[in-house]
Design a protein around this ligand. Sequence first.
Ligand code: GLN
Length: 344
Amino acid sequence: MTTKLIIKAIKTILIATMLSLSMAQATAKGVAHSTADLQRVVDEAYTKYKDLKEGKNADYIPILTTVPSDLFGVVIVTRDGKVYAKGDVDYKFSIQSISKPFTASLVMQQQGPGAIAEKIGVEPTGLPFNSKVALELLEARSVNPSVNAGAIAAVSMVKAESEKDRWKQVLQNLSDFAGRDLKLMDDVYDSEYGTSWGNRAIANLLYNYERLYSEPEEALRVYTRQCSVGVSAKDLGIMGATLANEGVNPITNKRVLATEHVPELLAVMAMTGFYDESGIWQYTSGLPAKTGVGGGIVTVVPGKFAIAAFSPRLNEAGNSIRAMKAIRYISGELGVGLYGANPE
Ligand code: GLN
């Protein structure tokens, strides 16, 4: 070999080594975040948005207007159960629509993911969560488990002997995700069930189209109860961390969802978790998430951690403004968007 060739070979080896080193660094940046990093972004997100007053509490469920609007909490829970929190992360509020993917996961556990796709659907509607038009326009009727129609259908699909048994299973499943015994907020249930005319119409329409699988009023009552379960932002973080941890609750170590079903559930959350704002949510955060009109949002960074936030003031689509902004900020800062690192 000539000296020239030897030099060329050494150069090639050097370049290859440098490339693989920089790739390893990039991977490390995406995978491992230090304790200090996680607490820093939580603190920053809280400080950045704590004084934001935009939006207003949900008022179509009368009692939700009485929740103090200034409450604000941000939390990250890692797949091994470490908690990084700031603000009102222990305050109990109603879970509302964040219950929906978790009950869909119970149905997946009992009947497999195919049942969700066939008997409910997984397509986004591009319409608000309580749309009755969607039921008439779209052939699947119930359409997806994140909107009210699909969520009421999911409740009706839980294999149960009685209404009591149905509710018991739904509550137990939510509690298993949270790693503690969650409780019904009776005042929220009374307020919502007493004004549930729209959801009652949805349940009856579904039944009419043979897309409801129990007696309509029973499905409506259990659905309204599941929405009235009290959770804190920290609970939501643990529920999300269970999904980040492939279906095993990191606090209790109990398996709640089979590993192979987690991707399907996260896909449903990504496509439909924000209803008619699901596109812009993906565009700006790149993460599966679910919102609720109680002001909570839970977001999952698969295999890593969950980001949850709570703030009662909502935008027109029923999504918490400060919670959305805080989570987007954290996703952007940590570069954990699934399609690549999203800036804020
Ligand atoms: N329980 C609420 C309803 O049925 C849930 C809606 C929501 O959180 N988007 O309207």
